[in-house]
Write a new protein. Structure first.
Length: 296
């Protein structure tokens, strides 16, 4: 029998609130001598955001009939890492952005060094959260640490950011662009799915399915982001062709056109849906999440 899928908006609302509450407890207010560090981290961490990555972890665990309570710690660790990456990405030495999640970026309201350190704090605390997770086995903690570190480290998100900086202003081909985005954006989204698999004790072949699904929805997410930068960007940033064009970045849209980029994302999502349907579970929740990425 197929379970009735909950409304996705409702799911985002309920799980988003749960994640918010957990993050608030994990990174509490600190009135001590270095309380400003906590204040800065909380400014960015508790400032909204879709909570896509932690929600993907929770949805994967639920799909594989694991414990959603046990998944809360790695889910929050992933959101800490994601927020750190946004804080650092917005710095003047990187993308130099003034607004994020509808508010001034952290370095606009605190000294720049303070924003760097708040980002460092969020990256570090993610691994502390995993180490101290109350409902995980030691083996799960090691596996989660490895998956998250690989996705965010020197072969993952940081490598993607380095390539992105090095390639700005250069004409890239599709292969190089995919390499950058697979590391910069898809890796952490894929890790969010894999973390769910680890918490639910997925088998090796189920992890292979999750790896493929996570990569494909992660890359599709970035392609759609490129499209939205053009279609919504002019309105948002006041720059013709969006902020990527203004920053001289090669994107899926500059290489394939808007329709070509949408088609590429659609193909990835179709293949991701096919993969996830092969799991011996009701995967309707993950299917809905993948479709939401396509329509974001
Ligand atoms: C600084 C090491 C380092 C890495 C930065 C992820 C990243 C690498 C930069 C972000 C730049 C960017 C805006 C990329 C587009 C895709 C993306 C990650 C968008 C933001 O994610 P959302 O839409 O954001 O999930 P919210 O605010 O909803 O969490």
């Amino acid at each position: 029998m197929t379970a009735v899928a909950p409304s996705l908006d409702h799911y985002f609302k309920i799980k988003g609130a749960q994640i918010e509450e957990h993050l608030n407890r994990l990174i509490p207010e600190n009135k001590g001598l270095y309380g400003a560090l906590y204040e800065g981290a909380r400014y960015s961490l508790l400032s909204g955001g879709k909570r896509l990555r932690p929600i993907l972890t929770l949805a994967t665990v639920e799909t594989l009939q694991g414990s959603p309570e046990a998944a809360l710690s790695p889910a929050c660790a992933l959101e800490c890492i994601h927020t750190y990456s946004l804080i650092h990405d917005d710095l003047p030495c990187m993308d130099n952005d003034d607004f994020r999640r509808g508010k001034p970026t952290l370095h606009k309201v605190y000294p720049e060094g303070h924003a760097v350190l708040a980002g460092d704090f969020l990256l570090t605390v993610a691994f502390e959260i995993i180490a101290n997770a109350p409902l995980l086995t030691d083996q799960q903690k090691v596996q989660l640490t490895r998956v998250i570190a690989e996705a965010s480290g020197g072969e993952g998100m940081i490598a993607g950011q380095v390539l992105d900086l090095a390639c700005t202003g250069k004409n890239l081909n599709l292969q190089t662009l995919e390499l950058i985005h697979s590391k910069k954006t898809a890796a952490l989204i894929q890790a969010s799915i894999l973390c769910g698999g680890i918490v639910a004790n997925a088998t090796a072949s189920q992890m292979d399915v999750l790896r493929k699904f996570g990569y494909q929805i992660g890359l599709a997410f970035q392609i759609i982001d490129d499209v939205l930068d053009v279609t919504d960007g002019e309105e948002k940033h006041g720059k013709k062709g969006g902020s990527d064009a203004a920053n001289h970045k090669t994107t899926y849209v500059s290489l394939l056109g808007i329709e070509g980029a949408r088609h590429q994302a659609h193909n990835l999502l179709t293949s991701a849906l096919e993969a996830i349907r092969s799991l011996p579970y009701d995967s309707s929740l993950l299917q809905q999440l993948a479709k939401r990425i396509g329509n974001k």
